[in-house]
Design a protein around this ligand. Structure first.
Ligand code: ADP
Length: 475
């Protein structure tokens, strides 16, 4: 039962974390803007005023040249609309025009500014100079002088304040408050939206995964629109498919193995009883019966060993003992161990090697793979008792094939033969013994070796089981 407690905020959840990060981010931006506002306003204002003053001086010059009569009127308008002071002096320092200014400016300061800029203009070969004067009372201003030697040696002087007035500053401040408010609101809404969008598919997947945990393999995994969650959904769906398959095969193995175990056990019991009741005193008969018991025990043993190997592979306990291996020699060893069938069972087992070459792998494990392919070819050869073991070089790879012309595998079952406990339907009809473990061990070993492997098979015509590995140079 789930606890019905007070709802607490989970600070580790995606939702809360995203939201907090967004809000934190918005706050940082606001604080930075707020701290830098004075700096920005003043600097921006100053540079704007500076370039504006230069432009004004140029337009005043052309007006003074071209329209001297209307100059007074023009200069008045300009001074008022730009909030600057304009003055034009002639050679003797007499003011020809003295415009108005609407900024606080004492007469003493004013006269000293004019003196300073004129002195600077006299000491320079240029026809214009500018001065930025910054007094302790923060009355920062630009004083600009432009000499027009060709027109009665006149000088245009402009004094322009370089600080924003109080109204401008308060407008910008209130604007910042609004911006701050909007940014915070946007950050919160965006974070809520984003965190929900991020968390939704994960929450959905968690619900589906716990359904799967309860054994419902039909559950669907919806990964939403994000690549990562879609990928996770795909992986979970794959895991669910594999789990379902394994469970199915495991049920099968219980049936198969119990059948496989039962047969030898019944035989062992019956023959033991026979020795006990009948053949105990007859050495020839008794030996015959004992041999049956031994061979049945061997079969049981093989079955148990296979199952142990399988479970080792499954739990990743297998460590490869890799070395340079002459694959042709290894295949020959495998072939030799089956060659006895040629003599005893009228089997036609052929070996077609290629030139000696080396691969890097675990000798014993690869021998196990080869033996498995060959014993399957023998086991599923049906009435056609022929199989070919062939080695082929192809570029930098060497291929090991075991080809038989036996029962083959139905098309829709081919992809399953590598699965644990899988046995094709034909086995059950023909009562061929097996566990369905061999090829899944082969698959495990070849995968550990990064080898390619496969099977081509046609039902009723035969199979070609193969694997290939990179050829190495033997040192
Ligand atoms: P087992 O042979 O013990 O059943 P394997 O894992 O070796 O288990 O093989 C799995 C299944 O693949 C076999 O049951 C058989 O149906 C099929 N199979 C394997 N090799 C061959 C082959 N050469 N020809 C036909 N079927 C084969």
């Amino acid at each position: 039962m789930r606890k019905q407690g007070k709802k607490t905020i989970d600070f580790a959840s995606i939702k809360t974390t995203t939201m907090l990060y967004f809000i934190f981010f918005a706050l940082i931006i606001l604080i930075v803007i707020w701290c830098l506002q004075d700096f920005f306003i003043n600097n921006y204002y100053e540079s704007m005023r500076y370039s504006e003053s230069l432009r004004t001086a140029n337009s005043l010059e052309s007006e003074y040249r071209e329209n001297p009569r209307r100059f007074g009127e023009y200069a008045n308008e300009t001074a008022l609309s730009n909030g600057i002071y304009i003055r034009v002096e002639n050679t003797s320092g007499v003011s020809v025009y003295g415009g108005s200014a609407n900024f606080s400016y004492s007469a003493i300061e004013f006269n000293s500014d004019i003196r300073r800029v004129k002195a600077k203009l006299e000491n320079t070969p240029l026809n214009n100079v500018s001065l930025i004067i910054n007094n302790a009372d923060n009355n920062k201003r630009l004083v600009y002088a432009l000499s027009l030697n060709d027109i009665r040696e006149s000088t245009i002087i402009i004094v322009s304040p370089l600080y924003p007035n109080a109204a401008t500053v308060s407008i910008v401040r209130s604007m910042l408050v609004y911006i701050g408010f909007i940014v915070t609101l946007l950050a919160i809404s965006l974070s809520i939206y984003l965190s929900r969008k991020l968390a939704a598919p994960i929450e959905g997947l968690t619900v589906s995964a716990s359904e799967l945990g309860r054994g419902n393999y039909n559950v669907r995994f919806n990964g939403g629109n994000f690549t990562e969650t879609k990928e996770l959904a795909k992986t979970l769906a794959q895991a669910s498919y594999e789990m379902e398959k394994t469970e199915f095969y495991q049920r099968e193995i219980v049936a198969n193995v119990s059948h496989d175990l039962k047969t030898p056990l019944t035989m062992i019991r019956s023959y033991a009883e026979m020795i006990h009741d009948i053949s105990g005193d007859n050495p020839a008969k008794r030996n015959e019966h004992l041999n049956v018991i031994i061979s049945e025990t061997d079969r049981l043993n093989k079955l148990v060993v296979e199952m142990m190997n399988m479970s080792k592979l499954q739990s990743n306990q297998v460590v490869l003992n890799k070395e340079a291996v002459n694959i042709v020699e290894l295949a020959r060893t495998s072939f030799e161990s089956f060659k006895v069938l040629n003599e005893h069972d009228g089997f036609d087992l052929q070996f077609k090697p290629c030139k000696d070459c080396y691969i890097y792998g675990d000798k014993d494990k690869l021998l196990q793979v080869m033996n498995n392919f060959i014993s399957n070819a023998v086991k599923y050869s049906g009435d056609n008792k022929y199989a070919l073991i062939e080695l082929k070089r192809q570029g930098k790879k060497v291929f090991f094939h075991v080809i038989d012309h036996g029962l083959g595998i139905p098309k829709d079952e081919i992809s399953h033969v590598w699965d644990r406990y899988y046995r094709t339907s034909a086995n059950h009809q023909r009562n061929i013994e097996g566990t369905g473990i061999g090829l899944s061990i082969v698959k495990g070993i070849l995968t550990l070796h990064n080898a390619d492997y496969g099977v081509e098979s046609v039902e009723g015509q035969g199979s070609d089981f193969w694997f290939s590995m990179d050829v190495i140079k033997k040192k």
